[in-house]
Design a binder for this molecule. Structure first.
Ligand SMILES: [Cu+2]
Length: 151
């Protein structure tokens, strides 16, 4: 009797944890390959919010980089400029796309040279304390094109 109750309570916890862990899913993650001595790399991804509450991305980190921040590239008088974006809201059941010439993860101080084919873990943190992690493959930008061609 008591064991059955404990088991039910345990299953409820597992279910609750699973729901929280998958609130935001990272898709189409990649890091643009750069020369081996590049001090900064850029990462791209699509964030899918699978919950019915809006989520706010407030931080990023990676064991492979000294720091990771969200940047946006915008054209100012015909010149591309980047600026830091402190947080990004992803609406309930919405998505947010990071892509070249727009939003990106600015990955600074790589701890070792990264080459096309390497995979790098990046951890994302949201304002409600939840986290999401993904492996970002390093690749040349041209390889991004097939995802458009497949539509
Ligand atoms: Cu940047």
């Amino acid at each position: 009797m008591k064991i059955r109750f404990l088991l039910a309570a345990l299953l409820l916890h597992v279910a609750a944890f699973a729901a929280t862990a998958q609130d935001v899913v990272v898709r189409d993650a990649w890091i643009r390959a750069a020369p081996p001595n590049a001090p900064v790399l850029a990462g791209y991804m699509t964030l899918e919010n699978r919950s019915d509450r809006s989520k706010s991305l407030v931080g990023a980190s990676s064991p492979a980089f000294g720091s990771a921040t969200v940047h946006r590239t915008a054209q100012v008088n015909g010149v591309a400029r980047m600026h830091h974006v402190p947080s990004i809201d992803i609406g309930a059941n919405g998505k947010f796309v990071f892509q070249p010439n727009g939003y990106h993860l600015m990955l600074m101080e790589p701890k070792r040279p990264l080459h096309a084919g390497d995979r790098v873990r990046i951890d994302l943190e949201f304002s409600d304390g939840s986290k999401a992690s993904a492996l970002f493959p390093v690749r040349e930008q041209a390889e991004q094109l097939p995802s458009h061609a497949s539509h």
